[in-house]
Write a protein that binds this ligand. Structure first.
Ligand code: SF4
Length: 330
């Protein structure tokens, strides 16, 4: 399978400024040395609690935010150091769907204009062709073309997300970062929007990075999943494998929180103690150690690398070797 995207040792730190001269007095280590790849045509789910760095990772990958270090290879081209002029033509191929459809749509523009805007920015087609394309895309995402002169506030949350999706796909991109695309929607609407994303993936040969805080949301649409904790990737595996055989204690805790709709099946709920620590001053060694029920001295002293334990299942924990947990003593 061809890799559409390759991320090597990606780092994004933000300065924390203070004092009378507003000088940097520290760094928020939002994304701290992550590497993974996404195959053409697949959906890669990136999951973690709020503050894990997943959204920053998504925005950095498509260069909405400049990386601090590392390498981003898109479709065989190293785009890490591309400035605005060089990245602009590639923006046609890399789009984003935002979490808050209402906040991301200009309330003073009719939705036909909102969807048409990317075509105008990239100078694609004449006026008539642009209008035809808008109608075509509205039909494709399940919006009635006669609504094109209506404004965003006249639509429901689910319809607004369809407008956001229409704007993202109107340029016929290859790759889309979907940043929490359903977390602002009612549960009943979430499935419809996720199904629409799947349908569009088939029809338009799209590749997705799906960012979400909820493993249950990414489960049914992702081919592979990466779990992030405090700026680090702690586990990457195919979706089925991750749910059947979660190896990292953090993934195990996240999975234990997903309800099973069967009263006969009882499972242990692993409660994570406390909040995620500050990314300004993360714990030494394994960043998860302050909340891990298996932590030992070595976890404080050395950082576990993300290693392949077999069949593309990667884990960053000192006590996971060759697909098994060894030496845990409770
Ligand atoms: Fe827990 Fe240690 Fe493994 Fe980190 S390395 S997840 S602290 S057991």
């Amino acid at each position: 399978m061809k890799k559409l995207l390759e991320i090597n040792n990606l780092v994004k730190h933000f300065p924390v400024v203070g004092g009378v001269f507003s000088r940097p007095i520290g760094w928020v280590r939002a994304v701290d040395d992550i590497s993974f790849h996404i195959f053409e045509g697949e959906t890669f789910g990136l999951v973690g609690e709020s503050g894990s760095g997943k959204t920053t990772a998504g925005k950095t990958i498509i260069k909405l935010i400049e990386p601090t270090k590392g390498q981003i290879i898109f479709n065989g081209i190293d785009i890490t150091k591309f400035g605005e002029n060089k990245i602009r033509p590639l923006r046609r191929e890399m789009q984003i769907i935002f979490q808050d459809p209402y906040g991301s749509l200009n309330p003073r523009m009719p939705i036909g204009e909102i969807i048409k805007e990317p075509l105008m920015v990239h100078n694609i087609g004449d006026k008539k062709e642009q209008e035809e394309r808008v109608v075509e895309i509205m039909k494709l995402v399940g919006l009635r073309p006669e609504y094109l002169r209506r404004y965003p506030h006249e639509f429901s949350g689910g319809q607004r997300q369809r407008i956001g999706i229409a704007r993202a796909v109107v340029l016929n991109p290859k790759f889309i970062v979907a940043d929490e695309p359903v977390s602002a929607l009612d549960a009943s609407i979430q499935a419809q929007v996720l199904n629409l994303l799947l349908e569009l993936q088939q029809k338009l040969a799209l590749t997705y990075l799906l960012v979400a805080h909820n493993l249950a949301v990414v489960r049914h649409v992702s081919d592979r999943i990466g779990v992030m904790y405090l700026g680090k990737l702690v586990e990457v595996a195919e979706t089925k494998e991750l749910f059947k055989n979660p190896l990292h204690p953090y993934t195990q805790a996240l999975l234990s929180a997903i309800p099973i709709p069967d009263p006969e099946i009882k499972k242990e709920r692993i409660l994570l103690q406390g909040d995620i620590p500050s990314p300004i001053n993360p714990p030494s060694g394994c960043r998860f150690r302050t909340r891990c029920r298996y932590a030992k001295d070595i976890c404080k002293e050395s950082e576990p690398p993300l290693v392949d334990v077999g069949s593309g299942h990667y884990v960053a924990c000192h006590f996971v070797k060759e697909g098994k947990v060894v030496e845990y003593s409770k």
